[in-house]
Design a protein. Structure first.
Length: 49
């Protein structure tokens, strides 16, 4: 969990708040790939990309 605190400290110190939506988007897409890896929904998710 320290990596998240370091990330937020970096974003605050360098004023890089525009990176937050990009990081959230990457987390959502990565979560979709991980959750759909062995499920029945996988073929439908892969057609989106």
């Amino acid at each position: 969990m320290s990596i998240f605190s370091e990330l937020f400290e970096f974003l605050g110190a360098r004023k890089k708040f525009w990176l937050l939506p990009l990081l959230v988007l990457f987390l959502i897409v990565g979560g979709l790939f991980v959750l759909s890896q062995g499920s029945v929904v996988a073929p439908f998710i892969y057609t989106l990309f």
